[in-house]
Write a protein that binds this ligand. Structure first.
Ligand SMILES: C[S@@+](CC[C@H](N)C(=O)[O-])C[C@H]1O[C@@H](n2cnc3c(N)ncnc32)[C@H](O)[C@@H]1O
Length: 241
């Protein structure tokens, strides 16, 4: 698959997520061994620390980050947005489940584009984007838009797959695994080889952690820190607006 961005990528990505939406949660749990729930709880602890007020989860998908935020005492009202209706519909169905009913009282869900968020500037105390930034048609534009909607002093958390750092053999092994095993898992469990071949490609195209830190700084964030999860396959960046 050749590198692509902009409208072409937006069309491809939205069609792909609409197709895999019903199996998205299952694959997420298989690929992370269920650990993604623990990561999300850790991220929401870190990003809401010392803050109060409304929170936003962008590219919210089936809403797992938005639910984690809603369960957090500091998060205030939570809005989850995604531009694929099929994903938002699934998040809505999850919000009606008994275990989410209490937290769902704080949560609103909407269809919206991360590159053109339907919110005034300086509105949210904290914003999360989980496994979403890599999928945007324009990452720089996405970061600028996220910065725009966060109040000065508020925080952004970006949880994203990353190019595994470390010795060449280690990087090669992970790359081999992503390129060869992930599409098989996608074919077996979601009936979609192509979508899960896009995943390793999109990680290759996405900037490594240090570069993403520089891009966040360019978008106006400061005090940016990052750490790894999942054997360094996932990076969490937090920055202050
Ligand atoms: C890998 S999923 C992540 C979902 C969820 N955040 C999570 O942590 O599981 C990526 C999501 O990004 C959404 N997305 C991609 N580009 C978007 C955009 N421009 N605006 C809003 N959502 C977008 C897709 O529809 C998809 O639901």
């Amino acid at each position: 698959m050749a590198y692509f961005k902009g409208t072409e990528k937006a069309h491809y990505v939205s069609r792909m997520f609409a197709e895999i939406a019903p199996k998205y949660d299952l694959l997420n749990s298989i690929m992370t061994g269920g650990l993604h729930h623990r990561w999300r709880n850790k991220v929401t602890d870190l990003v809401t620390e010392g803050l109060e007020g409304p929170s936003l989860d962008v590219a919210s998908g089936t809403g797992d980050f938005a639910f984690a935020l809603s369960r957090h005492a500091n998060s205030g009202q939570v809005v989850g947005v995604d531009y694929v209706r099929e994903m938002v519909d699934l998040a809505y169905v999850k919000s009606t489940r008994k275990k989410n009913q209490k937290s769902a009282q704080k949560l609103s869900l909407a269809v919206a584009d991360a590159l053109n968020l339907p919110f005034k500037s300086d509105q949210f105390s904290c914003v999360t984007i989980g496994f979403g930034l890599r999928n945007l048609g324009n990452v720089e534009h996405g970061l600028a838009e996220l910065h725009r909607v966060i109040k000065p002093g508020g925080k952004l958390a970006v949880l994203e797959m990353t190019q595994v750092p470390g010795p060449l053999i280690w990087r090669w092994l992970f790359r081999w695994y992503f390129r060869n095993v992930t599409p098989v898992l996608g074919a077996v469990f979601a009936g979609n080889w192509k979508a899960y071949s896009y995943l390793p490609q999109s990680v290759d195209w996405f900037p490594p952690a240090e570069e993403l830190k520089a891009m966040m700084a360019h978008a106006g964030f400061r005090q940016i820190t990052y750490r790894y999860f999942g054997m360094r396959t996932v990076a969490l960046h937090i920055g202050v607006a």
